[in-house]
Design a binder for this molecule. Structure first.
Ligand SMILES: CC(=O)SCCNC(=O)CCNC(=O)[C@H](O)C(C)(C)COP(=O)(O)OP(=O)(O)OC[C@H]1O[C@@H](n2cnc3c(N)ncnc32)[C@H](O)[C@@H]1OP(=O)(O)O
Ligand SMILES: O=C([O-])CC(=O)C(=O)O
Length: 380
């Protein structure tokens, strides 16, 4: 075994998995072997979640009963709503979501049921309740009562309704459902790795997903979608794109929404999201931020293309969400209500062949250092 330290574990396999596949040079992403563009064209988020978690496309009956079960678990206990009400309105929605997921573990501990039933029920609860908890926090921070889920609306449409208070246009709801599918899974990314590590200790599923959600929130990972919109607004006009990017690079700052550990070409999800953004703008009115984003992509290709840095999934998603009336600080929670499908799939896979994660380190400290009594310590 090599003891070589690899920063960021680049290229180091951390697990064996048959859930998804990425070819970063060809720009290919597959879930259970199915290319992402086929799923985006023909599937739904819940069908894709079933595929990821249960390793096959559901039959009609399987899909119906999965959808019905999720629909039946959308509501959250009034004590969770009370807890959310006590959160500061200015608090970050990802922290609120993380706290809510952890709290689910208090209300739904493993009791007398079999581990298999508990795993299944927890899977349904997390998929069903996370959207409601995200929307509840948003309504409550605005001083409103939470909007209860509507049984006549599908998963995506119901979330948009609970979040914005408006029933979405059916095509907008379908576009949002495709966004959920595109974000559902992506091999051993940072948050999934967190989920695997926590799962490997045999922690309960709510703790596993809490770990993963915390990791997703960072600006180098899922938090980048929010940063992209801020950046586009800060740039403000097409003329300012090049000087803005050049200044940022001169200060050695990253450009948000571009670059990827695995993709060295444009992320296939960014291509689909860009097409969805264009469709939304054609139907519901143009966004000047979209023109700025296209120019940022063009100038980034010029300045960073030779390093293999191109738009990732976080680059165009915020433009789609903004057009749907989703506030910027909700973009990462939206990512989480989708990615929970992938986290759960990896949790199931890890438990099927578990060994606790316990890597090693390259120690760079001293040895046999003599203890200095407090009265003699001075670091001036
Ligand atoms: C859902 C997701 O998680 S998708 C990723 C979302 N994150 C972002 O959009 C944040 C911006 N992007 C980044 O910070 C990075 O590209 C990451 C975190 C995604 C990948 O990081 P790593 O694989 O560790 O790449 P690393 O940071 O080592 O960069 C390699 C080189 O490319 C440069 N680079 C990478 N990304 C960027 C960027 N966004 N802007 C400018 N330069 C970049 C680095 O400066 C470095 O250059 P150097 O070799 O001349 O020093
Ligand atoms: O794979 C990664 O490192 C990040 C990413 O694109 C994702 O999690 O969707």
């Amino acid at each position: 075994m090599s003891g070589e330290y690899v920063p960021g574990l680049e290229g180091v396999p951390a697990t064996r998995s048959n859930i998804s596949f990425v070819d970063g040079k060809a720009g290919v992403l597959e879930y259970r072997g199915i290319p992402i563009d086929q799923l985006a064209e023909s599937s739904t988020f819940l069908e894709t979640a079933f595929l990821l978690i249960f390793d096959h496309l559901p039959t009609k009956d399987e899909l119906l009963s999965f959808e019905v079960e999720i629909l039946g678990h959308r509501r959250v206990k009034y004590r969770i709503r009370d807890m959310i009400k006590s959160f500061p309105e200015s608090g970050r929605p990802m922290v609120a979501l993380q706290s809510c997921i952890a709290a689910l573990g208090l209300f739904y501990p493993l009791q007398n049921e079999s581990k298999e039933k508990y795993a299944y029920d927890s899977t349904i609860r997390l998929l069903a309740k996370m959207p409601t908890m995200v929307a509840t926090f948003h309504q409550m921070r605005l001083g409103n009562d939470p909007i209860p889920p509507r049984d006549d609306l599908g998963h995506a449409a119901n979330f948009l309704y609970m979040l914005t208070g408006k029933e979405p246009d059916p095509r907008a709801a379908r576009i949002f459902d495709v966004c959920l599918m595109l974000h559902a899974e992506h091999t051993v990314n940072a948050s999934t790795f967190s989920a695997l590590v926590t799962a490997s200790t045999l922690a309960d599923p709510y703790t596993v997903i809490t770990s993963a959600a915390g990791t997703l929130s960072g600006p180098l990972h899922g938090g980048a979608n929010e940063e992209v919109i801020r950046m586009l607004k800060e740039i403000g006009t097409i003329e300012r794109v090049r000087p803005y990017l050049e200044n940022r690079l001169a200060r050695k700052e990253k450009i948000m929404g571009v670059g990827h550990r695995v993709y060295k070409v444009k992320d296939p999800r960014a291509t689909i999201l860009q097409n969805l953004a264009q469709e939304l703008f054609d139907r519901f009115g143009h966004s000047r931020l979209y023109d700025i984003a296209v120019e940022v992509e063009r100038v980034c290709d010029e300045l960073l293309g030779q390093k293999g840095i191109y738009p990732n999934v976080d680059f165009y998603s915020g433009l789609v969400y903004e057009k749907m009336g989703i506030p910027a600080d909700m973009f990462t929670p939206v990512f989480a209500i989708s990615r929970v499908a992938g986290w759960l799939a990896h949790w199931h896979e890890q438990l099927a062949d578990n060994r606790i994660f316990r890597p090693t380190q390259v120690y760079t400290g001293s040895h046999n250092v003599e203890f200095t009594p407090l009265s003699l310590r001075s670091y001036a």
